[in-house]
Design a protein around this ligand. Structure first.
Ligand code: PAF
Length: 287
């Protein structure tokens, strides 16, 4: 795997690949790779001729009281893992190369970013949309791969691509879970053993909702399902619900009755310190 910090050199490499007619798959990441990231890279390697993985802990998507400075890092481990799954180029620029001192342009996606994680993390999705737009312009990928764990992010990026006429095709990749069901996340590294145990309650609460929806022959009301899920989460003293919502998958609008392609999305805070998210499709065959 080629490791490249420089934007111009990265452009030169990908331009050469484009000139030769290779298709390019981009996997944007913030590093500290787990199997969820590796799954994105494998999908990219199956889909495209060349795989570019970007590794950049993007400062503009973190709020002032969030975990930017302590975000877990393992650069050597990441290089080895990316190599193993067939990445061709690891692009890991420094923050001051990505954001010049006088940069003053942001990409802001309206509507979709107001609720859910957007309500708890003002400015977060503007940071994400800005860096993803920059990566699309630097790498000019044919395909880009994002995990469904960040379902709102995936929806925002699809909207961004439509609205700004990017030509990349966006591929959403299902969540990779630990054997007990906890969604893989770099932030799981922050959990103590007792917090790790408590954290599983989010997946359990979402799974209970899914089970109730799949088991029922009539229509289910979102509020009834959500109240019970919230109660289950609150049985864990370390856990606090940030949000729990059932939404229409296509535009993330909250639904009152569960029918069609709905998804339950949740975020919890553990020990007031660690914020974890997860989601499940409330219909058969996917998620
Ligand atoms: O999902 C992430 O890791 C980040 O939000 C992304 C897409 C790499 C942008 O910084």
């Amino acid at each position: 795997v080629i490791v490249e910090k420089n934007i111009e050199d990265t452009r030169r490499i990908v331009n050469e690949w484009h000139r030769k007619g290779f298709s390019i798959g981009l996997v944007p990441t913030m590093g500290y790779f787990h199997n969820g990231h590796l799954e994105l890279m494998k999908r990219a390697a199956d889909t495209a001729d060349k795989v570019v993985v970007s590794l950049f802990v993007n400062p503009t998507q973190f709020g002032p009281s969030e975990d930017l400075v302590v975000y877990p890092k393992d650069f050597d481990g990441d290089c080895a893992k990316a190599r193993e799954v067939g990445a061709d180029l690891l692009f890991c620029p420094e923050p001051d190369m990505v954001y010049a001192p006088r940069h003053c342009t942001e990409v802001s996606v309206g509507g979709l970013t107001e609720g859910l994680c957007g309500a708890d993390r003002p400015g977060h999705f503007t940071g994400v949309a800005t860096i993803v737009s920059k990566l699309f312009n630097i790498v000019r990928p044919n395909h880009a791969f994002f995990g469904e764990k960040d379902f709102q992010q995936l929806t925002v990026i699809r909207q961004l691509v439509t609205d700004l006429n990017f030509t990349v095709s966006i591929v959403g990749v299902p969540i990779v879970r630990e054997p007990d069901g906890l969604a893989m996340s770099s932030r799981n590294a922050y959990l103590s053993p007792s917090e790790r145990e408590a954290a599983l309650v989010l997946f359990q609460a979402l799974s209970r909702i899914k089970q109730e929806v799949l088991d029922s022959d009539g229509m289910r009301y979102a509020q009834d399902l959500l109240v019970k899920a919230r109660e289950l989460i609150e049985t864990k003293p370390q856990c606090r619900v940030d949000y729990l919502e059932i939404v229409d998958e296509k535009d993330l609008s909250p639904v009152s009755a569960v029918k069609g392609k709905c998804r339950v999305l949740g975020a919890i805070r553990i020990s007031d310190r660690i914020r974890l998210i997860d989601n499940l499709a409330l219909y058969m065959a996917q998620g």
